[in-house]
Design a protein around this ligand. Structure first.
Ligand code: NDP
Ligand SMILES: O=C1OC[C@@H](O)[C@H](O)[C@H]1O
Length: 466
């Protein structure tokens, strides 16, 4: 009973976090500007930054300034800019959060870096892999940090999953399969949403599919050797070895003619372009595997998930709730699973099931002691938090804001943007004059995720987003 009460208190604190005293600041907070009065902005950065001493949301811009003013008022944001351009040119904005529709990520993130801002850019990073590469090339040219807002990668629950996966693996008992899903229940997202717009680079694979894609890639990196964020691992060669065995999409459908005409666009070849669900089977090379082993991985994504059976007589479809899950299987049948990798601060469970069916369960709302062990450090391919970092109520977004702040601080103190990711050795650490972000999503892996998206869309016949 007491633990249910304390968990409910943590969920409440995640939505209404304590405001730290200004004296706790160790540097002037980064001033963040938001492009667009987007629905995700409160969860992703506005609420998380309230408990941060390092980052403050100070301004917002929207296409309609009245909308921006209302948004600023309801979220306590001090300043409104009349256009995205004006916000990017402002001297009182240090960093930018880009939660615009997918098809606008490249344009506005590159505009931001060209105006000297570091950027936290929403997932999926861009419309396709070519755009992702272009975005990072511009960021490198302008010496700026760009981080994809893959929030779940920053939460300790994923690092605890990595620890248990790595612990179960031996050369004789390798990883033989990974499955991951992200299924939004039907009726949750309106047919008029940006997610169903081809010109805005929508689609279920773009919106939801990037989570299971990135999760299976992560699990295979954990099982491999040397594929650490910030190391000299060759992500591009790894990516070129990823094969899409098969892929299927369910096309977007709606009974609303107006929406259909406006949103369920035909793609460039005049064929239907938007998927409301996509699943695929991939073969992912195990980094560093002398036998060039490839792991079969299954991903499934949906923006409209329903139960198979309809309500009798009425014929209504019933939305299906299934928590985003990643499950890794080893040769001897051992399974390591993380349920609800997307919103672990509300609920998550890591289960290790032995070949005989015995189960052990774990949770990690803050960095667990396992993450500081040698095994934990090896497993955590994206870096690790110190045990002192985080509170049980920190959401994935709160951990992400912490990492972004620390990455940008490291950059400001002299570490090159490419190297704000965690060091891969003690020598490397010595060279990072300005420090690093303890946990990071490597830009090159963001590119690999988009390369998988392109390959899967090509395989479904829908063609990659343009
Ligand atoms: N990390 C996460 O957990 C989540 C990430 N996302 C990502 O964030 C992004 C935004 O999603 P979400 O907040 O749900 O979207 P919204 O539709 O709520 O917001 C998108 C914003 O884009 C702006 N915009 C600019 N041009 C257009 C246009 N042509 N059509 C529509 N909107 C436009 C609007 O800003 P304005 O106010 O200026 O009109 C709008 O506020 C997506 O990339 C999505 O994948 C979304 C949800 C969760
Ligand atoms: O976390 C998420 O949940 C629902 C999706 O539609 C959204 O874009 C995604 O990022």
């Amino acid at each position: 009973m007491a633990s249910i009460f304390s968990h409910m208190k943590n969920v409440y604190l995640s939505m209404s976090p304590p405001i730290p005293a200004p004296s706790e600041n160790d540097h002037e907070p980064l001033r963040m500007g938001i492009l667009g009065a987007a629905n995700i902005a409160p969860n992703a950065v506005i609420v998380p930054s309230k408990s941060s001493t390092g980052l403050e949301v100070t301004s917002v811009a929207a296409r309609d300034s009245k909308r921006a003013e209302e948004f600023a008022k309801s979220h306590g944001i001090a300043k409104v800019y009349g256009s995205y351009d004006a916000l990017l040119k402002a001297d009182d904005v240090d960093v930018v959060y880009n939660p615009l529709p997918n098809g606008l990520h490249l344009k506005w993130t590159t505009e931001a870096v060209m105006n000297g801002k570091d950027v936290l850019c929403e997932k999926p990073l861009a419309s396709n892999a070519q755009q992702a590469r272009e975005m990072f090339a511009v960021a490198r040219e302008h010496n700026r940090v760009v981080l994809e807002a893959f929030h779940y990668r920053f939460h300790p629950s994923l690092h605890e999953f990595a620890y248990h996966l790595r612990k179960a693996l031996t050369p004789e008992n390798p990883l033989v399969g990974v499955k991951a899903s992200m299924m939004v229940p039907g009726g949750f997202i309106k047919d008029s949403d940006i997610r169903f717009s081809y010109p805005l680079a929508g689609g279920a694979l773009m919106d939801c599919g990037v989570y299971p894609i990135s999760t299976v890639l992560y699990a295979v990196r954990v099982a491999g050797e040397g594929a650490r964020a910030g190391s000299n691992f060759d992500f591009a060669t790894w990516s070129s070895g990823i094969e899409v065995v098969n892929a299927d999409s369910v096309l977007f459908s709606t009974s609303d003619k107006k929406v259909l005409e406006a949103k369920a666009y035909l793609n460039a070849r005049g064929e239907p372009g938007i998927d409301e669900a996509t699943s695929a089977r991939l073969l992912v090379p195990v980094p560093g595997s002398p036998a060039r082993q490839k792991v079969p991985c299954e991903i499934s994504a949906s923006l409209k998930t329903y139960r198979d059976t309809k309500i009798p007589l009425l014929g209504w479809r019933v939305p299906k709730l299934s928590l985003p899950t990643v499950e890794a299987t080893l040769k001897d049948g051992t399974k390591v699973e993380l349920v609800n990798y997307i919103a672990p601060s509300i609920y998550h469970c890591i289960t290790v099931t032995s070949p005989s069916g015995q189960q052990q369960q774990y949770k990690a709302y803050t960095p667990s002691p396992n993450s500081s062990t040698d095994l934990g450090v090896t497993a955590a391919v994206d870096g690790k938090w110190e045990p002192t970092v985080g509170k049980p109520w920190w959401t994935t977004y709160r951990y992400m804001v912490e990492a972004f702040d620390l990455g940008v601080q490291a950059f400001k103190r002299g570490t090159a943007p490419m190297f704000v990711a965690p060091p891969s050795s003690a020598d490397d650490a010595k060279n990072r004059k300005g420090g690093w972000a303890p946990v990071w999503m490597d830009n090159r892996e963001s590119e690999v995720v988009m390369e998988c998206v392109d390959k899967i869309y090509e395989k479904t016949g829908l063609g990659k987003r343009i």
